[in-house]
Design a protein around this ligand. Structure first.
Ligand SMILES: [Zn+2]
Length: 141
């Protein structure tokens, strides 16, 4: 009986964990997306203003790049912030995937390293290259 309830609890725990990973991912994604949207809006209006400034100068017969430089720098820094936010979104997605995979990474970390041998006498793990078992001292081929 206990085994049955343990199994039910275990599957419930897994479900809850997956759901909480997903909802955390969604929340973080929304926060980053709203900031990203803000930067994209700022960039759009900065480009619009830059266009108008260029137009006004051209309309009166001359283009002076000096006053436009600050506007261009502003757009460049917005581009950087947009790229950072896009990277953050990717990181959130990757972290959630890793969390959902759960024990996968831990299990592979616990697996014996390449070259590991097993003692023919006691079955213990012997590091690759070792001549004798650290457990029982038997000679290992
Ligand atoms: Zn041994």
């Amino acid at each position: 009986m206990a085994g049955f309830f343990d199994k039910v609890k275990e599957s419930l725990d897994k479900g809850v964990t997956a759901a909480s990973v997903r909802s955390k991912e969604m929340l973080e994604t929304q926060q980053v997306k709203s900031k990203l949207g803000g930067f994209q809006d700022q960039k759009r209006s900065a480009l619009e203003v830059l266009g108008k400034e260029v137009y006004d100068m051209m309309a009166v017969g001359g283009l002076d790049p000096e006053p436009l430089r600050a506007r261009v720098e502003e757009i460049t820094s917005l581009d950087q912030q947009i790229a950072e936010k896009e990277q953050e979104l990717e990181q959130i997605r990757v972290r959630a995937e890793e969390a959902l995979k759960g024990g996968g990474a831990a299990a592979s970390a616990a697996a014996p390293a390449a070259g590991t041998k097993f003692c023919p006498s006691c079955g213990g793990q012997v590091a690759g290259g070792a001549k004798f078992c650290p457990g029982c001292g038997s000679k290992v081929e």
